[in-house]
Design a protein around this ligand. Structure first.
Ligand code: SF4
Length: 284
């Protein structure tokens, strides 16, 4: 077990470090904000970036942010896990809630839209960008793994949303002065390996499913892909490799403006966060 654990850890570390190096995700003196939910993906990202900093002696700073959406009976445990891991690694953590920003919880608005994940995703992205920008961070690191990327890409097809194709990348460039670039160190790591790493290393994670996840298209796509993978091993990796070879769309072609309400970067003004906030206020 000891040898297996050692070789498995080496595989995970090499996979993540190679992605960081190949795609130049981190430069010396960067200040990186890690979005930590307490789930396995963000916790592995936290540990791997900390390892990368200490083992490679690259001089960069790490801090973490945990967004509290306001999901009663669910999010509390994730925040606790995020705090425990950050404390263990001595990484400063900021917890910021939807309520702090908009004065209501996700629970309060959960039945306004067909999928609760829609306003949740819009608000989370908004806050991640806002907070990392306020903290003068150069990049936001997220825990997106290989499975997440495949699901996202297939969802852009399902929605005929080709504008999102350039997001299929381990690094999203700075395409607007107020947009903090995103990096995805787990981009090439399958989801099941993320889970195994946490178990074999006895790392505390929040392992529950969000009660709203069943309302999303993503959960349907995930189920379907897992079903196909069970029958045809290697399907996910093949899809990922095909996407990687086929879609290299330049991010500089994306043009962003400032939202006329909040000033945040957006393709069209008002931004999606301001647009749904107006809708929500009229319905509450
Ligand atoms: Fe938000 Fe949906 Fe994720 Fe739950 S599953 S945290 S509602 S995006």
């Amino acid at each position: 077990m000891k040898i297996e654990q050692t070789s498995f850890n080496r595989y995970v570390k090499e996979n993540v470090f190679e992605t960081i190096k190949t795609y130049h995700l981190i430069n010396p003196n960067d200040r990186i904000m890690i979005g930590v939910s307490g789930g396995k993906d963000s916790i592995l990202t936290l540990h791997m970036l900390n390892k990368y900093k200490t083992e490679n002696k690259v001089n960069f700073d790490i801090e973490a942010v945990c967004i509290d959406e306001g999901i009663k009976g669910y999010r509390e445990e994730g925040i606790k896990t995020a705090k425990d891991n950050c404390k263990r690694l001595d990484i400063p953590l900021t917890v910021y809630s939807f309520k702090d920003e908009w004065h209501y919880d996700l629970d309060d608005i959960s039945d306004i839209y067909k999928s609760t994940c829609m306003p949740c995703g819009v608000y989370r992205r908004y806050l991640l960008n806002k907070i990392s920008s306020e903290h003068d961070c150069d990049k936001i690191a997220t825990g997106h793994n290989m499975d997440d990327e495949i699901q996202s890409f297939l969802m852009t097809f399902a929605r005929n949303d080709q504008n999102k194709f350039p997001k299929f990348s381990p690094i999203l460039d700075k395409i607007h002065e107020n947009m903090v670039p995103r990096i995805k160190p787990l981009w090439r790591l399958p989801e099941k390996d993320v889970g195994i790493w946490c178990v074999v290393n006895n790392i505390p994670i929040h392992n529950e499913e969000c009660p709203y996840s069943v309302t999303s298209l993503r959960s349907e796509v995930k189920l379907l892909l897992n079903k196909i993978e069970e029958k045809e091993k290697g399907t996910k990796r093949n899809i990922f490799n095909s996407f990687e070879k086929t879609f290299k769309i330049k991010q500089e072609n994306i043009k962003l403006n400032n939202c006329e309400n909040c000033g945040q970067p957006t393709a069209r003004s008002p931004c999606k966060a301001c647009e749904i906030t107006e809708e929500i206020k009229s319905k509450l």
